[in-house]
Ligand binder design. Structure first.
Ligand code: PAN
Ligand code: ZN
Length: 189
């Protein structure tokens, strides 16, 4: 066998649970402390245990950030919980290169993908294991866990997309996913 031509895989993706392991895989965590002004009820967030883990992200970066024509592949796990009436949720962002699209897909758990276009029009798609979501360019996106178990979803996006969290910090999402008598509802804010 010619060892130079036939290589062993350097990154592994666990089919069942989406777990990523290998070279150039990075892991990051977001606890309550990191999520200032992300939830509607900021005072409630301040009073919570700041070390509670809200979500974690694994990403395989095969190329340097900003590389044109490359792709990134990751997964995010959002834990069950709420800040007041609002489900635990990712920060959410537009892509810095506004026209860059992305795929999300549900792996386990259940939740809601919240999408908002540049005019502030907002809608949501139910996320369940096997659901596939195309996020068009110029569309802010974030995911809430509406269940009682962790929610994991996969993601694939262009390596030159970048993350614009600032526009969201300035204007926020135009609606919030709140627990209204046990039922998730998008409520205009
Ligand atoms: C995802 C997100 C991930 C975490 O990989 O970055 O779910 O969400 P926030 O970045 O909004 O905190 C993605 O959309 N990448 O483009
Ligand atoms: Zn994105």
């Amino acid at each position: 066998m010619n060892d130079e031509l036939i290589l062993n895989p350097r990154v592994h993706f666990q089919i069942g649970n989406g777990e990523l392991r290998g070279d150039n895989v990075q892991h990051s965590y977001r606890v309550i402390r990191d999520l200032k002004h992300i939830f509607l009820q900021e005072q409630t967030r301040e009073q919570m245990d700041q070390d509670i883990l809200v979500y974690e992200v694994q990403v395989y970066f095969p190329v340097e950030e900003g590389t044109e024509g490359g792709l990134y592949f990751g997964n995010s796990t959002i834990y069950p919980g709420k800040v007041g009436d609002e489900y635990f949720i990712t920060k959410g962002h537009f892509h810095s290169q506004k026209d860059r699209a992305e795929f999300y897909w549900g792996i386990y758990g259940e939740g809601m993908l919240i999408l908002m276009d540049e005019s502030g029009k907002i809608w949501a798609e139910k996320m369940i294991p096997g659901s596939l979501h195309y996020i068009p360019g110029k569309t802010a996106h974030r995911v809430a866990n509406t269940g009682h178990e962790p929610l994991r979803f996969g993601a694939c996006w262009p390596s030159d997309a970048g993350h614009d969290y600032k526009s969201i910090a300035n204007t926020g999402f135009s609606a919030r996913l709140l627990d209204v008598n046990g039922i998730p509802q998008l409520i205009k804010s």
